[in-house]
Design a protein around this ligand. Structure first.
Ligand code: AOF
Ligand code: ZN
Length: 397
């Protein structure tokens, strides 16, 4: 575990404490890891953080590593559940007395405030930590300022942002800045980019392993958003049927004319899985009887907002939604994309080719004469799942 560690200065710590660092103080600093060594531990901390996905929201996912005086790994931890101990505290618990004189590598700037838990900066100081490397600044103004606090306490602290830590903080940073939930679009497509045949057949493009992953993910989000077209054609349940859900997702159907029939699976299971239909004000008042019948089956109705941003704001407000998973056809996905509301896409590519230009694509409603007019996306990862390729993309940022 010690390989690659050398006692070498990696450039000045950014904080004032460094300027004031006396020779005596420098001798106390356990070791000065090489820059790629910090990145290595930061990558591990980021991998730990992801274990909190679905459990910690609306908090950020955070992972933490503690190295002892000689640079050996003595503690690992991640933020496990909202309201529970922060990553640093988990890692300190694992490290015990070995943390004294050690180094912390954590994906987020340690917090300074008493929230649901005490400030991590104080826990780090009392444990005798001598230096801290953190990935991203805390976008939450109430908890921010950890670097200045630690430096003020004589603990050299340096930011080491990496692509992984930037990805980790993106949903929390967006929620903090805009109040909007993080939106993930998921679709399964053929190799030639079709999500259904011309006669709307789509079962199944992706393999069983991919579908099991989608089921698990449904249990980690707050809202699953779909359109009336998908409900009419596929009659999906949109429930988590693999693994145990850690969140109770609300199923939301965009149905402007309030046409949803009472015999759809999503309607018939509304008493056990919360379900909401959003509809135009006109249909909302004119179809009050249908609304009542839906209500008797447990389906709530919400007046449709003038734009999808309004809908997302309402989902945040009404259901405290941090994460929304869009499982819809090209119409709804296209409309959300036009408003710039989708943050992330998971594209499952199944090993089939239709070769039919009238088959349906994942998003429509755009006029894009040139490739450069297409919406730019950033490829985050490519993985194989069973017989499929899973492509993970980010929009914007
Ligand atoms: C850290 N380490 O592992 C996390 C941090 O309500 P609380 O007490 O859990 O505080 C939540 C805030 O703390 C959250 O909004 C974010 O600013 C920060 N999260 N900070 O030092 C962690 N999860
Ligand atoms: Zn904290």
């Amino acid at each position: 575990m010690n390989a690659g560690l050398v006692h070498r200065w990696t450039g000045p710590f950014s904080c004032a404490a460094n300027n004031a660092l006396s020779v005596h103080r420098l001798e106390q600093v356990p070791f000065l890891p090489m820059s790629d060594t910090i990145d290595h531990w930061m990558r591990l901390a980021a991998r730990l953080a992801v274990r909190g996905h679905g459990h910690v929201e609306p908090n950020p996912m955070v992972g933490c590593i503690i190295l002892d005086r000689s640079g050996a790994l003595v503690g690992m931890g991640h933020h496990r559940v909202v309201g529970g101990p922060h990553a640093e505290v988990e890692a300190l618990r694992k490290a015990g007395a070995k943390a004294r004189g050690g180094t912390v590598i954590v994906t987020l700037e340690p917090c300074t405030n008493h929230g649901r838990t005490p400030p991590c900066v104080e826990s780090l100081r009392s444990a005798g930590i001598l230096q801290v490397f953190y990935g991203e600044r805390d976008p939450n103004p109430e908890a921010a300022g950890g670097e200045a606090w630690l430096c003020g306490a004589g603990i050299p602290t340096q930011q080491r942002s990496t692509p992984q830590t930037r990805e980790l903080i993106a949903p929390f940073a967006k929620r903090t800045a805009t109040g909007l939930p993080w939106v993930i679009a998921k679709w399964a497509q053929t190799v030639d980019g079709r999500i259904a045949t011309r006669s709307h057949d789509s079962q199944w493009i992706s393999c069983e392993r991919s579908r099991a992953m989608v089921h698990r993910e449904r249990g980690r989000v707050d809202v699953i958003l779909t359109g009336i077209g998908t409900v009419m054609r596929d009659d999906p349940l949109l429930t988590c049927r693999s693994g145990s859900p850690c969140r109770n997702a609300v199923r939301v159907v965009v149905d402007p004319e309030l046409n949803i029939p009472l015999d759809r699976k999503i309607v018939m299971t509304a008493k056990t899985h919360r379900t909401i239909v959003t509809t135009l004000p006109k249909a909302f008042s004119e179809k009050s009887e249908h609304r009542r019948a839906l209500g008797d089956l447990g389906v709530g109705c919400m007046k449709q907002h003038s734009d999808f941003r309004g809908l997302l704001e309402a989902l945040r407000r009404e259901f405290d939604a941090s994460t929304v998973l869009v499982e819809a056809g090209g119409g709804l996905t296209g409309a959300l994309l036009r408003e710039g509301l989708i943050d992330e896409a998971w594209v499952f590519v199944g090993p089939r080719l239709l070769g039919d230009e009238t088959a349906f694509g994942p998003a429509r409603g755009f006029t894009t004469p040139r490739i450069q007019d297409g919406i730019p996306m950033r490829l985050l990862s490519v993985r194989q799942r069973g017989t499929d390729a899973l492509l993970h993309y980010r929009f914007g940022g």
